[in-house]
Structure formats: structure tokens, C-alpha cells
Ligand binder design. Structure first.
Ligand code: ADP
Ligand code: 5GP
Length: 188
């Protein structure tokens, strides 16, 4: 059987990647979404097992010691990790797998999977837009928003290091560009 494919989406927090991914999963129902593990507190409206597997730090560190993660990182003062079982089984089954990880996670994916992992960077139109979107979403405190904006500056410096880049200015236009990139990767 042909091996599966790895699609990775990366963007500074607040860019709109979750909104874009939700739409993508409706249009490409055969794509399998990887549910990461995190120690971040659950936001209102999030569902355990759908958005993330929410675990406490002790449980996360136990899983890490057990070598259960293909990659993990500390992002905005919380831990996040991708489970090995999901990715190994998916690749063997020939599945198309979709991941949402930070820039450290992208570097790990490239180190492990090389060209098998295709990475799409979603860029916000500006830091001002990013701040407005984070505030509008209203899920984080001022302190956390500030931390995410500080990290965004470093992440945006990496925007040309990946396989594809899409700017999320006008949502519908950005979505069409993202869809075209995904089609190109699936057909390659
Ligand atoms: P991320 O997953 O990248 O952290 P979200 O998908 O949660 O970001 O989007 C952050 C906020 O910005 C949400 O309130 C979302 O509705 C809004 N948003 C997403 N894309 C756009 C866009 N193109 N223009 C304006 N607002 C957007
Ligand atoms: P959020 O808390 O906004 O859901 O996510 C914060 C950041 O963590 C985002 O950049 C997201 O891509 C990243 N992230 C989510 N899951 C993982 C993961 O499993 N591994 C890594 N390295 N980053 C992740």
C-alpha cells in the first residue's frame, strides 16, 4: 500500500488557522485531523478529544517519558505533543494526515519525515490585525495575548522557511489559496 501524506499547518496564534482548518476538513472529509495533547486550559466551546486531549502536566510528562510523542514542545508556557500511534498507523494505512503545530514542531516534522511532510505557513496581514483577532476571539487574558504577540514576531521571521505560504487577509480569498495548495500537495 502507498504510504500516507503529512500536511502541516503553522501560523502565529490568532492568524485564523483553526477557522481555515475547520472549513478544510468539511471540503476534504477524507483528511484525518491529528488531535494533539496539551496542558493548556480548555477554552469555552472546546471539546476534549476533538480539539485536543487535555491532560495535566504530570500526565503529559509521564507520556513524554514513555516516548509516546513523535514531537512535543513548550509553546506559550504550555506543553503540546503529537502522539506517535496516530501518525505511524496513518502513514501505514495510506491516510492523508493534517497537523497544526508550532514552528518547533514543524522543524521536528522536517527532521523526521523530510519531503514526506509538507508545511504551509499561514501569515497574518500584520501584527495589528493579529492583535485585533486575538482580542476579538476573547479567549485569552491580556497577559496571554501579549505573550502570544511577542512569540508571533519570532514566528513571522520564519515565514519563508516552509514549503508554502498563504496570507490570511480576506478570509474567502485566503481559503481558496489554501485549498489550491492542499490540492497540489494531494496530487503530487
Ligand atoms: P488561530 O487558530 O490561528 O489561533 P482562529 O482560527 O481562532 O486563530 O482565529 C482567530 C480569530 O480571528 C477568530 O475570532 C476568527 O473568527 C477570526 N478570523 C479568522 N480569519 C479571519 C480573517 N481572514 N479576517 C478576520 N478575522 C478572522
Ligand atoms: P493554541 O493554544 O492556540 O491551541 O495553540 C498554541 C500553539 O501550539 C499553536 O501554534 C499550535 O500550532 C501549537 N500546537 C498545537 N498542537 C501542537 C503539537 O502537538 N505540537 C507542537 N509542537 N505544537 C502544537
Amino acid at each position: 500500500m502507498e504510504r500516507g501524506k503529512i500536511l502541516v499547518i503553522v501560523a502565529p496564534s490568532g492568524t485564523g488557522k483553526s477557522t481555515l482548518i475547520d472549513k478544510l476538513l468539511v471540503d476534504f472529509p477524507h483528511i484525518k485531523w491529528s488531535v494533539s495533547y496539551t496542558t493548556r486550559p480548555m477554552r469555552e466551546g472546546e471539546i476534549n478529544g476533538k480539539d485536543y486531549f487535555f491532560v495535566n502536566e504530570k500526565e503529559f510528562l509521564r507520556m513524554k517519558e514513555n516516548d509516546e510523542f513523535v514531537e512535543w514542545a513548550e509553546v506559550h508556557s504550555n506543553y503540546y505533543g503529537t502522539h506517535k500511534g496516530f501518525i505511524n498507523d496513518g502513514l501505514k494505512n495510506g491516510d492523508i494526515l493534517l497537523f497544526d503545530v508550532d514552528v518547533q514542531g514543524c522543524d521536528s516534522f522536517k527532521d523526521i519525515y523530510g519531503e514526506e511532510a509538507q508545511i504551509i505557513f499561514i501569515e497574518p496581514p500584520s501584527l495589528e490585525h493579529l492583535e485585533q483577532r486575538l482580542r476579538k476571539r476573547g479567549t485569552e487574558s491580556n497577559r496571554v495575548i501579549q505573550e502570544r504577540l511577542n512569540n508571533a514576531k519570532r514566528e513571522i521571521e520564519r515565514k519563508d522557511d516552509f514549503d508554502y505560504k498563504v496570507v490570511n487577509d480576506d478570509f474567502e480569498g485566503a481559503y481558496l489559496n489554501l485549498k489550491a495548495v492542499v490540492k497540489e500537495i494531494l496530487e503530487s
